[in-house]
Design a protein around this ligand. Sequence first.
Ligand SMILES: C[S@@+](CC[C@H](N)C(=O)[O-])C[C@H]1O[C@@H](n2cnc3c(N)ncnc32)[C@H](O)[C@@H]1O
Length: 214
Amino acid sequence: MKNWEEEYKNSELLWGLNPNSTLTQYAELVPAGGKVLDIGIGEGRNAFFFAQKGFSVEGIDLSETAIERCSALSKKHHLDVVAKVADITTFDIEPNHYSFIILSNVLNFFPEEEIAPIIDKVKKGLVKDGLVYVNAFDINEPSRKKAIDKYKRLGRNSFFDATNNMFLHYFTKDEFEGLFPTYRTIKTGHSYAMDLSHGEPHYHSTLELLAQKQ
Ligand SMILES: C[S@@+](CC[C@H](N)C(=O)[O-])C[C@H]1O[C@@H](n2cnc3c(N)ncnc32)[C@H](O)[C@@H]1O
């Protein structure tokens, strides 16, 4: 069965090393000395950026290969990144602990009913004035058409890809922007853009939110 683990095994470095550009643009808003949690850290491209800025970074991911790769790279470059294999649906985020929590290209891959409990944990894990970054595919994402044709439909925008054992949920704009209703918005955005970072060039339709706990 093809899954995240297999995706990583079939590639030397699946997502490259360039950090997300919104994270680089607003990094100075994260209070110095704060702790960063990267959920679905992958091979660590965003975590490395914050570790290079002097933050102490923790990350979790389902994929052993991703975590091994992330740990080897952080060791090689002497970066303060502690990465471990864990599933965010069962992982306990330490309450009131993190200055920044990152969910980069992760939140699409859950059944719809698991999203709110993840967001609740994130909210509890942030310190006051802490930041959260989320980006995720919206309903205009090209792969949604494929999902409609090929995958089991669980809801209007939710699917299960049995071959890859993967859930897919595509966000509406209102749904996405309602994830952190009481937070101060620092940036919201939508992009429809060609992705050159991995595989053949392809398009993604992505929403993003950077927000601050009040
Ligand atoms: C598209 S990749 C993004 C990786 C990284 N955040 C980045 O932006 O480079 C999605 C990641 O989420 C991880 N993931 C998916 N479901 C997860 C879960 N339940 N708990 C932890 N990580 C998960 C996958 O293993 C994969 O590494």
